[in-house]
Design a protein around this ligand. Structure first.
Ligand SMILES: Cc1ncc(COP(=O)(O)O)c(C=O)c1O
Ligand SMILES: N[C@@H](CCCC[NH3+])C(=O)O
Length: 454
């Protein structure tokens, strides 16, 4: 399913500020993330620049844990590292009691470097190589979510080779449509993720009876990302509960259920379910099974904690003749789809706020297309967005860039990776300097047979 274009008018800056409590407007210093003026960061670090709020991360981590506690649950929390993999973020979340949900040997090693206990790590993903599985086993990972019969057999052989047992959950594909964007739904039969529910019982039994390298712990499910309703969760967990009952009836032990992540956030005016609602759904459906529960949140934790600060390179107003042909007015930013890919990849809507305090009279506001400098027509951050007049040099903040932002950036068009900053209340630090062109080019070499003759 591709999401239809929004039917409601875009939220005003005031509405965006209300729904984004990490951001504040300071009449003198302009937009702030937590206690730090974004203009101050931009002046010192340059643009584009990712900024993430540590206080906001802590608050969200605590709110999420409290929501499950209030529902009478004590799951273990595994941050989906793919959403934001910076060492500072992982360190902070480890301090808040989070482990990691990883999908590669690289993410696994990131978590270990950030001091996470290997036992607090869950490894998911459809394509784990032998080397990655060996690494996970040697490090003593807490759980591997196996996504195919072939992977299970391979993991069994690798574990035996190492003289170890692999703690495993089978990832179920429950054939549930999460109702999110087509490209980020993962639980339908046609999606590549997980093992079809009708295959689970036989495979589970086979592992328990014939695979000594596998320690079968339970089941896992993850339906997709940016999920905005409760219904798919109910359906998915119901299927999981049915499978648990069936397994137990057949005398097979189930110790753990991994509930996945996927909780959506309000980028625009979406009514995303609160974590408390997800916790209640889980408590209702999986609570009575008396198993250890795991939760793998990504976007909900980090998305609203981050912004991408960018500067207007220039503007291009359409002449009357061009307007008649359908040409919009453009505001061209120094951030591009190579930095924040989500709008180009998923037609995702991101809030956009000018950083400067004064916005002028509303009658001066204009409808513009906000674009990046990349040579792709999809390099568009916002279409027909009503904004205060923006000029060359003005700063803007793209909101909700904390999840699937910096991690998905590339150096397309030879644009070095942006700087990253962490704010914590009133203090801030550069946590990754802007990549220089020299650094970007230093890793390239020209084969000697191409070398010019002197
Ligand atoms: C297995 C798994 N768990 C958790 C997540 C986290 O999802 P989200 O960031 O939507 O919470 C993902 C990503 O969709 C995932 O693939
Ligand atoms: N990259 C996606 C989310 C994918 C989640 C990974 N399973 C996004 O930006 O919305």
């Amino acid at each position: 399913m591709t999401l239809p274009p929004p039917a409601t008018p875009d939220p005003t800056p005031e509405a965006l500020l209300r729904t984004h409590p990490a951001l504040h407007e300071d009449a003198r210093r302009g937009l702030k993330l937590e206690g730090v003026a974004l203009a101050e960061i931009a002046a010192q670090v340059g643009t584009p620049c990712w900024v993430i709020g540590a206080q906001t991360l802590r608050q969200r981590a605590r709110a999420l844990k409290a929501a499950f506690g209030d529902a009478g649950l004590k799951p273990s929390f595994h941050f989906a590292v793919k959403a934001q993999d910076h060492q500072a973020t992982l360190t902070l979340l480890r301090q808040e009691g989070f482990g990691g949900d990883v999908v590669s040997g690289g993410e696994l090693q990131r978590c270990l470097r950030a001091g996470m206990d290997p036992q607090a790590l869950v490894y998911s993903g459809v394509g784990k190589t032998d080397d990655e599985l060996r690494l996970a086993l040697r490090e003593g990972i807490g759980q591997i979510n196996v996504e195919s019969p072939e992977e299970l057999a391979r993991l069994n052989a690798l574990a035996l080779e190492l003289g170890l047992r692999a703690p495993v959950a089978l990832r179920v594909n429950p054939d549930v449509d999460a109702g999110t964007h087509d490209k980020i739904t993962t639980g339908r039969a046609e999606d590549k993720f997980g093992i079809a529910a009708p295959e689970i019982i036989a495979l589970y039994r086979q592992a328990c009876e014939t695979m000594p390298g596998i320690e079968m712990r339970g089941l896992a499910v993850h339906l997709g990302s940016q999920i905005l309703t409760e219904a798919p969760y109910r359906q998915g967990y119901q299927r999981l509960a049915e499978l648990v009952t069936q397994l137990r009836t057949e005398g097979l032990a189930v110790h753990t259920l991994d509930c996945g992540g996927g909780l959506g956030i309000a980028y625009r005016d979406e009514q995303a379910p609160e974590p408390a609602r997800l916790a209640r759904v889980i408590a209702d459906i999986l609570g009575p099974l008396e198993v250890e529960l795991k939760i793998e949140p990504g976007r909900w934790l980090v998305g609203p904690a981050g912004v991408l600060v960018s500067r207007v390179i220039g503007t291009r107003a359409a002449s009357e003749a061009a307007q008649a042909l359908g040409s919009p007015d453009f505001v061209i930013l120094d951030a591009g789809m190579n930095d924040l890919l989500r709008p180009a990849l998923y037609e995702a809507w991101h809030g956009l706020l000018p950083v400067a305090p004064a916005r002028g009279a509303e009658s001066d506001w204009q409808e513009v297309d906000v674009v990046g400098p990349i040579c792709e027509s999809s390099d568009v951050f916002a279409r027909n967005r009503r904004l205060p007049p923006l000029e060359q040099g003005d700063l803007v903040a793209l909101l909700d860039a904390g999840a699937y932002g910096s991690v998905m950036s590339s150096t397309y068009n030879t644009r070095p990776f942006c700087a990253q900053v962490m704010v914590d209340g009133d203090q801030w630090r550069v946590i990754r300097p802007r990549q220089t062109l020299e650094e970007l080019l230093a890793v390239e070499s020209v084969p000697e047979w191409l070398a010019e003759q002197a």
